[in-house]
Ligand binder design. Structure first.
Ligand code: NAP
Ligand code: GLV
Length: 306
């Protein structure tokens, strides 16, 4: 069994070593143009040349949850594309989003500013009931985030493509459910995959349907958000700010207005990192399951785009 590894802007060596150790029966190597076709591939944003040369792969394992970059390529229709299925990401995402929601709700940025000037000043307690959090995308990450927010007694809404029923979460679905979901939400958390249906979904029209004082947390993909519309709505006072981890261009260019906007917090696409050990364990388990002829989780449906 041969496994090839092809990453954009990420050194493959630690993965080659880790995978070889976890799966001694396999022969693992980093891809180079012209290499023989392997049985399985582990990739992050590979070039089209890789796909064209590696015809005959049994499966392509993506070392992230989002497969939008991969689905931009011309893939053979029969190729099985497998995403990471949590592998330690959901707890990180829950930490990040709960931190962002609580930082906003408890006005910790205001206390940080007071610390700078030595000012002792209380802010009035705000009502949790007025801070309904709406999680767009109730998949592996979104459901974990929604459940984590419930621990702090925030009212939690959820939005997905298919209808769901999750205890204590007000669930909305489909295009017809979106206006009601937005109207019931003050703090919006985006955890949908980037697909033709969801690209630019956070725009002037949808964001202005959030409750007054709304707040946006985008941890999915930059292309979900129309960036100018967010700034317009914050500057008009309808929205109170945003925490953004993902951007249309990454790294975020130095001249981008988000860096200097006082109501926008920027982090460098770090809300849920791929953890190498957990990911290798998951991928090796899935390759072995495929060898035994068993079904595996996380197989991407190219028609849905996730
Ligand atoms: P997932 O398990 O595939 O869940 C996707 C969710 O989005 C599902 O609930 C799905 O609905 C919903 N959805 C898809 N298309 C929709 C649409 N058109 N309208 C409404 N809902 C829609 O994905 P995941 O593992 O939770 O990951 C979500 C995304 O997070 C990834 O695709 C990736 O872009 C992003 N991500 C970011 C980071 C980071 O560090 N910033 C890290 C990891 C992942 P159904 O349940 O009905 O299918
Ligand atoms: C990171 O953004 C991922 O999709 O895993």
């Amino acid at each position: 069994m041969n496994i090839t590894i092809c990453f954009d802007k990420l050194p493959p060596e630690p993965w080659v070593q880790g995978l070889q150790q976890a799966f001694p029966q396999a022969s693992v190597s980093a891809w180079a143009p012209g290499a023989p076709v392997a049985d399985h591939a582990i990739v992050w944003a590979p070039p089209q040349q890789f796909i064209d040369e590696q015809r005959g792969l049994k499966a392509l394992f993506n070392i992230g949850a989002g497969v939008d970059a991969l689905l931009q390529l011309k893939l053979p229709p029969s190729l099985k594309v497998v995403r990471l299925d949590d592998a330690g990401m959901s707890v990180q995402m829950a930490e990040y989003v709960c931190h962002a929601v609580i930082r906003h709700f408890r006005e910790f940025d205001g206390y940080d500013a007071d610390t700078q000037t030595g000012k002792w000043s209380y802010r009035k307690p705000r009502s949790r009931a007025d801070f309904a959090v709406g999680v767009m995308g109730l998949g592996v990450l979104g459901e974990r985030v929604a459940k984590a927010l419930q621990v702090f007694d925030f009212p939690v809404n959820g939005y997905s493509r298919s209808a769901k029923n999750l205890p204590g979460i007000r669930c909305f679905s489909g295009a017809q459910g979106l206006p009601e979901f937005l109207a019931a939400t003050r703090v919006l958390v985006n955890l949908m995959p980037l697909t033709p249906e969801t690209e630019n979904i956070l725009n002037q029209s949808t964001l202005s349907q959030l409750q007054k004082g709304g707040y946006v947390i985008n941890v999915a993909r930059g292309r979900h958000l129309v960036e100018e519309d967010l700034i317009t709505l914050i500057d008009s006072g309808h929205l109170s700010g945003a925490t953004l981890d993902v951007f249309r261009t990454e790294p975020l260019p130095a001249e981008h207005p988000f860096w200097r906007h006082p109501q926008i917090i920027v982090t460098p696409h770090t809300s849920a990192r791929t953890l190498r050990e957990e990911s290798i364990t998951q991928i090796v388990g899935k390759i072995q399951a495929l060898q035994r002829g068993e079904a595996i989780n996380g197989v991407v449906d190219p028609q849905r785009g996730y």
